[in-house]
Design a binder for this molecule. Structure first.
Ligand SMILES: Nc1nc2c(ncn2[C@@H]2O[C@H](COP(=O)(O)OP(=O)(O)OP(=O)(O)O)[C@@H](O)[C@H]2O)c(=O)[nH]1
Ligand SMILES: [Mg+2]
Length: 196
């Protein structure tokens, strides 16, 4: 995949209806602060089109990035943002669930988890939502630069085991600093686009 032009085309808040565009979509899900917006910037080759923050809870809307007029990258709000109040948490959960239910153009869901930790209860719920909606989750293990090379295989195994992922489930370690893992993700995206 070669990125030629990108733009933030739609922003969808809690009260908006899920837009039904004509391009295929891939979504990026994961807990707050895991690196969804950073990954999207890395894939788009942009430093900060998708807003990132060291404060969790930066992305509170569903943001649609139009890539080459070919596909949308859909940045979902992060879950598990500890200091958000219950009402806000419930709204975010509902937005994500509605999106997975209602988007007719969704082709794949990237589920991001921090490579340093075992996936949380919320991650497992998300993984199950993805499976139940009939999508094959693609797991991206983020912040690869924060662990030693020698720990990668063990951390990937912990992630697989926690999700009880089957053999075919792809886990790609990724670093937003070095962009390691990006080529593999582009290849997957090419495969998804060929099928749509
Ligand atoms: N070292 C390192 N830091 C990262 C990486 N990916 C993201 N970060 C940092 O983690 C923080 C959160 O990144 P975001 O991309 O904003 O995370 P997000 O998942 O979009 O967060 P929400 O919008 O709150 O759901 C930022 O300070 C990023 O710079 C990575 O691969 N390596
Ligand atoms: Mg974000």
């Amino acid at each position: 995949m070669v990125i030629k032009n990108v733009s933030l085309e739609m922003v969808c808040g809690v009260t908006s209806k899920i837009p039904q565009g004509s391009l295929p979509e891939v979504a990026f899900a994961g807990k707050s602060n895991v690196g969804k917006s950073s990954l999207i910037n890395g894939l788009m080759n942009r430093k900060s089109l998708a807003r990132t923050s060291s404060q969790p809870g930066k992305t509170q809307t569903i943001n649609y990035y139009n890539i080459n007029n070919e596909i949308y990258f859909v940045d979902l709000p992060g879950y598990g943002y500890a200091t958000a109040n219950e009402k806000v948490k419930a709204q975010w959960g509902k937005m994500i669930e509605d999106y997975l239910h209602q988007s007719k153009q969704l082709r794949a869901v990237f589920l991001l988890v921090d490579i340093r930790h075992a996936p949380s209860e919320n991650d497992r719920i998300m993984y199950d939502w993805i499976l139940r909606q009939g999508y094959e989750p693609i797991i991206i293990a983020t912040k690869l630069d924060k662990i030693k090379r020698s720990q990668i295989a063990k951390q990937v195994k912990t992630i697989r085991d926690t999700f009880q992922a089957d053999k075919d489930t792809v886990v790609i370690p990724y670093s937003a600093l070095s962009k390691q893992g990006r080529e593999e993700i582009y290849e997957l995206l090419d495969g998804i686009l060929m099928k749509s």
